[in-house]
Design a protein around this ligand. Structure first.
Ligand SMILES: NC(=O)C1=CN([C@@H]2O[C@H](COP(=O)(O)OP(=O)(O)OC[C@H]3O[C@@H](n4cnc5c(N)ncnc54)[C@H](O)[C@@H]3O)[C@@H](O)[C@H]2O)C=CC1
Ligand SMILES: O=C(O)[C@H]1O[C@H](OP(=O)(O)OP(=O)(O)OC[C@H]2O[C@@H](n3ccc(=O)[nH]c3=O)[C@H](O)[C@@H]2O)[C@H](O)[C@@H](O)[C@@H]1O
Length: 441
């Protein structure tokens, strides 16, 4: 059992702190956001993450987990301090390290000799070295700085913490690296010990590769759509090749979230600074921007103008099982609909409020007043909705599906007009003025 402090109680800090407490460590989580800390101490989780609240509550009860805004008290006894504050993007796309800098400068006067500082935030290669300098300027004490990037996904963060594919530890000191291995020793996940620069690069390269895989399949989906091939069948056939793998081959309206967009931009900046323009990654970002416009472009083609149209937007979170709307394709779609003079109304099972348009708890009510519907997030309450609900609820059942929730066999005998990503198999057969029938080409 170790005495651990985690700085930052966002998705990464709170999951890390809670899970480390659950492994038996004595953990104090610190944040500068007083409201957040008060809520946590009252047993509330500040965001939607399946399983996290009950783990917080049980570890609070066992007194292995504490939340505070008082840094000095939290840091004083710590043997290891995880830095898990945000690293948002600067205007030029590079990573803003001001939160990391402020966190390490604030804590350095209070640490014990030999304390391990662990950088969990996603940071550009070279930050480990910078952290040493920021620490040294304030502190006369000895310390070790290791890089330990995080690979969890929102929505499955607990599973990813306990059953991740690897734990990367970038360190210049073998003992420091082994100390961190010891902290994680109850988890049955392989360790990879590297130098700090490589650990930092592994994180950026991994996110950039996954983003590239998504933009690649989205590019393929555009070609499929134009040719008349079916992207779902193509992705299935590609994924069966174990060298390619089936994950991250879901075509859609682009990747969102707090990390892929910012980390790809940051890596482009890092590469630029080394004198290497990362053309591939720039294209990945361009494809993603285009993809976010796909549903509206299809609707414009279908209707000519979207002015005055009531649009049911299904899904606001950037992916299912989270309430995070950062860089969500659904949100950028709503903003563009408004620019085009449409009236969007949104449904999401957990996001209840956004500043951009009305949100309604009932998917049926959202559909009933709409001219057409657009699926942005494949929550089960959306992707499992029987097609006859659209047919029976909407004036005219027209669905633009940005996440390919339905299979071609679902359309047997249906009258819904269905547009999706990278599939051109359906063609309208107008049977009468109100209903449009579709059959496979
Ligand atoms: N969200 C995710 O799924 C993942 C995020 N990451 C990386 O982890 C880092 C954190 O990301 P999130 O948890 O999403 O951020 P977040 O924005 O949800 O939370 C950051 C927290 O740090 C707090 N904070 C800022 N400065 C502080 C200071 N000086 N002292 C104490 N608390 C402070 C903020 O008040 C906030 O609560 C980022 O670098 C991100 O790229 C890595 C893997 C997954
Ligand atoms: O650094 C981070 O923050 C994290 O970023 C991603 O995790 P996350 O953003 O939570 O979610 P993902 O499941 O990766 O999805 C990201 C986006 O890609 C989209 N996506 C994903 C997979 C796919 O096949 N197609 C696709 O469009 C999702 O809809 C979502 O908008 C990575 O998967 C994590 O390993 C990493 O730790």
């Amino acid at each position: 059992m170790r005495k651990i402090t985690v700085i930052g109680t966002g998705y990464v800090g709170l999951v890390t702190g809670t899970c480390l407490a659950n492994l038996g460590h004595e953990v104090t989580c610190v944040d500068i956001d007083e409201e957040r800390i008060d809520a946590l101490n009252d047993g509330h989780c500040p965001f939607h993450e399946p399983g996290l609240l009950s783990l917080i509550k049980s570890n609070l009860l066992e007194k292995r987990l504490r939340f505070t805004t008082i840094l000095k008290k939290a840091v004083h006894h710590a043997e290891a301090i995880f830095i898990a504050v945000g690293t948002p993007e600067n205007e030029d796309g590079s990573a803003d390290l001001s939160y990391v800098k402020s966190a390490v400068q604030n804590l350095s006067p209070y640490i014990n000799d030999g304390t391990l500082i662990i950088i969990k935030s996603t940071v550009p290669p070279g930050t480990n070295q910078k952290v040493r300098e920021w620490m040294q300027s304030d502190s006369g004490r000895t310390f070790h700085v290791v890089s330990n990037p995080e690979f969890l996904r929102e929505g499955s963060a607990l599973h990813d913490f306990f059953y991740g594919d690897r734990i990367v530890i970038g360190s210049t000191d073998n003992n420091a690296g082994r100390f961190l291995e010891d902290i994680y020793s109850k988890i049955n996940t392989p360790f990879l010990q590297t130098d700090p620069l490589s650990a930092e690069m592994i994180k950026y390269a991994s996110n950039a590769f996954l983003a590239t895989k998504i933009s690649f399949i989205n590019e393929i989906s555009s070609v499929c759509g134009d040719l008349g091939a079916d992207i779902e069948q193509v992705a299935q056939g590609m994924g069966m090749d174990s060298r390619i793998g089936e994950q991250f081959l879901r075509a859609g309206i682009g990747f969102g979230g707090s990390c892929f967009p910012k980390d790809t931009k940051a890596l482009v900046q890092v590469a630029q600074e080394t004198g290497h323009p990362f053309k591939l990654l720039s294209a990945v970002m361009d494809v993603n921007e285009r993809q976010k416009n796909l549903l509206i472009d299809k609707a414009l083609k279908r209707y000519g103008s979207l002015k005055g149209k009531h649009v049911a937007v299904l899904g606001l979170a950037f992916k299912p099982n989270t309430d995070d709307i950062r860089e969500s394709p659904g949100i950028s779609l709503i903003k563009r609909l408004q620019k085009l003079g449409s009236i969007p109304i949104a449904y999401d099972p957990v996001v209840k409020n956004i500043p951009y348009c009305a949100v309604n708890n009932s998917i049926h009510e959202v559909l009933s007043g709409a001219d057409f519907a657009m699926i942005c997030t494949e929550w089960p309450s959306i992707s499992d909705l029987p097609l006859d609900v659209y047919e029976n609820t909407m004036k005219e059942a027209v669905l633009f599906d940005g996440r390919n929730c339905y299979a071609r066999e679902d359309f047997e005998g249906r009258t819904i007009e269905y547009h999706s990503v990278g599939r051109q198999p359906y063609e309208g057969l107008i049977t009468n003025k109100q209903s449009i029938k579709f059959k496979l080409l």
